[in-house]
Write a protein of this length. Structure first.
Length: 171
């Protein structure tokens, strides 16, 4: 993400919050991006297509007026290629507002439901937030778990411990 995408996300978030439409804008963002394909992105980013034509198409979509105007601003300012990053930043702001947190847990094998529930409860207590936990299998892990959330990494794997030990021994 970039400072530009963060600025646009904050602006959209503040406007949607003032209009009490944060969740509606999030839903519109989702549906707009899901309906997008490579041809659509090529059209909206193509310099030969006039901005007013792009804005005209956006205004015909069945989306909240605030979100349509936001898309129009992106077009006018040649910032449409930041769309996906803006979406990610917006969702992060929304998660903070709703006190939600998404944690990705990497393990050698899929975790059992009770393990996931226990980890989820632990993180909810620790961070006082509603936690969704996603388990991803990484077969390169010898043992242990690696957690990633909000730009942080907690690496409690055997791999990490061995790298640390090797680093200390080679000094």
């Amino acid at each position: 993400m970039s400072a530009i995408s963060d600025q646009y996300a904050v602006a959209l978030f503040e406007l949607s919050k003032a209009d009490e439409k944060t969740d509606r804008v999030s839903e519109d963002f989702d549906s707009f991006i899901k309906s997008f394909d490579e041809n659509s992105m090529t059209f909206f980013k193509h310099p030969a297509v006039k901005k007013n034509k792009k804005v005209e198409i956006v205004q015909t979509l069945d989306l909240d007026p605030l979100f349509k105007n936001f898309l129009s601003v992106l077009i006018e300012n040649n910032r449409f290629d930041y769309l996906y990053d803006i979406r990610e930043s917006y969702e992060s702001l929304l998660d903070n507002m709703h006190k939600r947190m998404h944690v990705v847990v990497y393990s050698k094998r899929p975790l059992k439901k009770q393990q996931i529930n226990a980890l989820q409860e632990e993180y909810e207590k620790k961070y006082s937030r509603q936690v969704t936990l996603e388990n991803k299998v990484d077969e390169s892990i010898i043992g242990g778990l690696r957690f990633e959330f909000e730009g942080k990494v907690i690496d409690d794997t055997v791999n990490h411990t061995l790298r640390e030990l090797k680093s200390r021994l080679t000094k």
